[in-house]
Design a protein around this ligand. Structure first.
Ligand code: B12
Ligand code: SF4
Length: 498
């Protein structure tokens, strides 16, 4: 069969496409795990944000797919439906399958016929389900036995039982098939970037995170041989920067340290690695872990700080993953110690913070912003966003604090919930105003590391960070709220990808 797999073009404020365009790891993993006679093409539409319609039309005409698969996050749902309509208008008989977080957690949104009719929904982990779906389709459409699959018969949708999560240790999941990619232009500040996985899952249960509903509380790991083979394959495809997309690699610190050693021993430490980490793991094991990470090539560490105030951490259910411990006892918050370890080992902190929680006041938001200004190298500040089936969504709904049901706004940098004391707009304004200037401070470090790219694109990067601003606003002749409104209008317009 000919299959076209698409990731959505929608991006959010912290992913300016001039500096960051990352591949979607799910699609190449699916492509690597179907039977070899299928012809699979993977297109990350983030690479063609301004040419989505033309690109999809071109690909459908050229590849004649029998099936199209879309990977969808919640804020991309509207775009996904438009793309499905487009594909169906081009090839009416085509089969449409959706997967990823949104179809898995909001199944009902894909089973009605209102727009974009879907034939199959792959819920949860996709590789084996998708492989079996293609087999069943070729063999005459008996889908009943495929766990993790929902399928349409006429106007009715059937939902098979869930598929248990994959243990990963065996040989069942093959490496991603990177040659299936048909678009070019992946970059992390000028370096070709790729994504790899070393593990899946997490045993914490932060209230804002979709992972627990998606796959339960568990942690499974790939063997180091497989991880190193994956890194080598990414390098062979040109990668000079790698984002490790594990949900929580720092759950097993001993394993992470051993992995760093394996990367060093294999000579794969000339690559710039980025990883997500818990503050507690770095703070409690930083003496050994941080130097090893540095030696292995880690450059950016996305720290899930979430919030610096204990009240907010409790609401986010993120206190224990941010706890410093001594002799098994909790002794305080781990954030500053973690940041210190990373800085002393010459790594940069991407500071993940969430502001605009139900009890937030102007002061509590400002305290977090001030913290980011002082301590983090690149702010990644978001607003709590009520994604399907997270515990946080229920809390916000019960308290009547959700002010927007426009899912395309659920991108994390648009405030769609208010607090008891602040409007959503005020919360977003505070974050927006503070964050722009924080981002400029990383420019010298980026210039030193990637001089050619930064010199060539500094203007565009600056323009992206300050979009909405004008000469008048820089001269202080224009009210900041006017600039903010212009920025919001730009974002609104941007969301119409086709
Ligand atoms: C890595 C990651 C990123 C990277 C993206 C790198 C990349 N391009 O892939 C970065 C940091 C840039 C990022 C950004 C964002 N992310 Co993110 N991210 C993740 C993370 C940690 C891992 C995703 C991953 O690659 N997993 C590995 C792959 C193999 O697994 P997978 O994606 O689940 O795919 C499997 C199945 O879902 C399924 N599947 C997926 N697609 C398809 C398609 C088909 C056709 C089929 C059959 C199956 C299928 O099969 C796959 C293989 O088993 C998750 C989860 C988490 N714990 O936080 C969040 C997560 C996906 N991100 C999320 C969000 C919201 C965002 C942001 C909007 C804001 C944010 N919170 O940071 C931005 C938007 C990005 C953008 N486009 O602008 C949410 C999505 C929630 C939702 N309900 O939509 C998650 C779940 C985190 C959360 N908040 O809970 N993210
Ligand atoms: S520690 Fe990270 S991956 Fe685990 S539940 Fe919390 S936010 Fe999700």
């Amino acid at each position: 069969m000919n299959v076209l797999l698409l990731s959505m073009p929608d991006s959010f404020e912290h992913m300016p496409t001039v500096g960051i365009r990352m591949p979607n790891g799910a699609l190449t993993s699916l492509a690597g795990n179907v039977d070899p006679h299928h012809k699979i093409a993977v297109a990350d539409l983030i690479l063609v944000q301004r040419r989505v319609r033309e690109t999809v039309e071109k690909l459908v005409r050229k590849l004649n797919p029998d099936m199209v698969g879309l990977s969808v996050m919640t804020f991309q749902r509207k775009t996904a439906k438009k793309i499905i309509d487009l594909v169906r208008s081009l090839r009416p008989g085509i089969q449409v399958v959706v997967g990823g977080y949104d179809p898995s957690l909001a199944v009902d949104a894909y089973t009605d016929n209102s727009s974009g009719v879907v034939d199959f929904i792959v819920r949860g982990e996709g590789e084996i389900t998708f492989r079996e779906l293609l087999r069943a389709h070729e063999a005459g459409c008996d889908y009943e036995h495929i766990t993790g699959l929902s399928y349409r018969r006429g106007d009715h949708f059937y939902h098979n039982p869930d598929r248990p999560v994959n243990g990963l240790e065996g040989e069942e999941l093959r490496l991603p098939h990177r040659d299936a990619r048909v678009l070019r232009g992946y970059t992390l500040l000028g370096r070709r970037v790729d994504v790899i996985e070393t593990s899946r899952g997490c045993t914490f249960d932060c209230s804002f995170c979709s992972i627990i509903e998606m796959r339960g509380r568990n942690f499974h790991t790939y063997t180091f041989d497989r991880v190193l083979a994956d890194i080598r394959d990414a390098c062979a495809h040109g990668a000079r920067a790698i984002f490790i997309v594990d949900d929580n690699i720092t759950l097993n610190v001993q394993r992470f340290e051993a992995l760093c050693r394996a990367i060093i021993d294999a000579g794969l430490n000339k690559i710039d690695y980025t990883v997500q980490a818990m503050t507690s793991a770095i703070a409690n094991h930083g003496d050994t872990l941080a130097p090893l990470m540095r030696q292995a090539g880690f450059r950016y560490v996305f720290l899930g700080i979430e919030n610096i105030l204990e009240n907010d951490l409790e609401f986010l259910r993120a206190s224990s993953k941010n706890a410093e411990r001594q002799g098994g006892r909790r002794t305080g918050n781990a954030t500053l110690k973690a940041i210190d370890y990373l800085h002393r080992n010459r790594m940069y902190v991407v500071g993940g913070l969430i502001v605009g929680n139900p009890d937030d006041t102007s002061e509590s938001v400002q305290m977090n912003l001030e913290f980011a200004r002082r301590y983090v190298d690149w702010p990644y500040i978001q607003h709590p966003t009520p994604y399907p089936r997270t515990p946080m969504t229920k809390d916000f709904r019960d308290r009547g604090l959700i002010i927007s049901e426009q899912l395309e706004e659920y991108d994390g940098t648009t405030a769609v919930v208010r607090s008891e004391y602040l409007s959503a707009e005020d919360i977003e304004f505070m974050r927006w105003r503070a964050e722009r200037w924080m981002k400029t401070r990383h420019m010298p470090a980026a210039l030193f590391h990637s001089p050619l790219f930064v010199l060539r694109h500094a203007g565009k990067m600056f323009a992206h960070t300050f979009r909405g601003s004008s000469l008048k606003s820089f001269l202080g002749l224009e009210d900041e709220h006017t600039v903010f409104e212009r920025y919001r209008a730009i974002r609104r317009a941007e969301r119409a990808y086709l």
